[in-house]
Design a protein around this ligand. Sequence first.
Ligand code: AMP
Ligand code: FE
Ligand code: FE
Ligand code: ZN
Length: 296
Amino acid sequence: MKIDLHAHSNCSDGKESVEEVFRQAKLAGVDVLALTDHDTTHGWPLAAAAAKAEGIGFVPGIEITTRAHVTSPDGKLTKFGVHMLAYLPDPNHEELQTVLRDSVASREIRLRAIFEKIRADYDLDWSDVEMFLPDGATFGRPAVADAMVHRGHFDNRDAVFEELWPDGVDRYYVPNRGVPDTVESIRLIRRAGGVPIIAHPLSRGKGPEEGEPMPREHFEEMIAAGLGGFEIDHREVPPHAQKWLRELAAEFDLIVTGSSDYHGLTGKENRLGENTTSKEMLDRIIAQATGTSPQL
Ligand code: AMP
Ligand code: FE
Ligand code: FE
Ligand code: ZN
């Protein structure tokens, strides 16, 4: 059974409609797909219908943008973005929807700030960016990347990311500050009846290199707040991080998942079903959730 628990549509920064994503999932032999658009549940009703039409299962999810605040032993505070997957939360939970609405609003302001930085160096108009933001879609850098490709500055999204937003370079980057704290988001997802799983933890360029100390305290804090588990099998999680996370998951009896993080055939190289989650782990997610039900 092929279970893929992370995919995006054009309700956020995926290149395909919800219907097309589920059509592609069927073609890829996926039996159960979670739609996890960034900071929105707008695609869920479409996904329920599309999954039914294709005869495959659907797990409602969200990839929530959060910001971690971690104090190291020497007292230094570092902040960084963490993507938190929320499976099966109640889509009508008022506090959750308020946080998502604030995030989406802040994404818009922040994307305009990023656009202004880029416009200082490249020929680009906001209307170019808007072409790649369908009504209701959450704003993200991929729309700017698409606009840069459209204007002929680059060949594809990937090339734009490599040139404008290499890891650790802030020249064209503005963080999203209007998002929940990571630990708070875990508590919020649980209050909404959902199951919080960190998306692509310690992904390439963001976590410690092999041989460097791993952030155990930060993870213990998230686990104490109610973290459900980790998305370990994901192309952006390096092998040494996967090994460390697998051991941590075993120690605390947490859920481990695998997924594609599909963004459409032309959005990113990630292919539906390239990583999968076991039926046992999906069952554990469903057993912990009280917010809404999957459509299997
Ligand atoms: P943002 O949400 O604005 O910070 O943009 C982050 C999004 O950019 C991620 O969710 C990915 O979908 C996308 N992304 C990151 N790196 C790449 C890349 N190399 N090629 C294409 N899309 C990317
Ligand atoms: Fe994305
Ligand atoms: Fe992500
Ligand atoms: Zn994602």
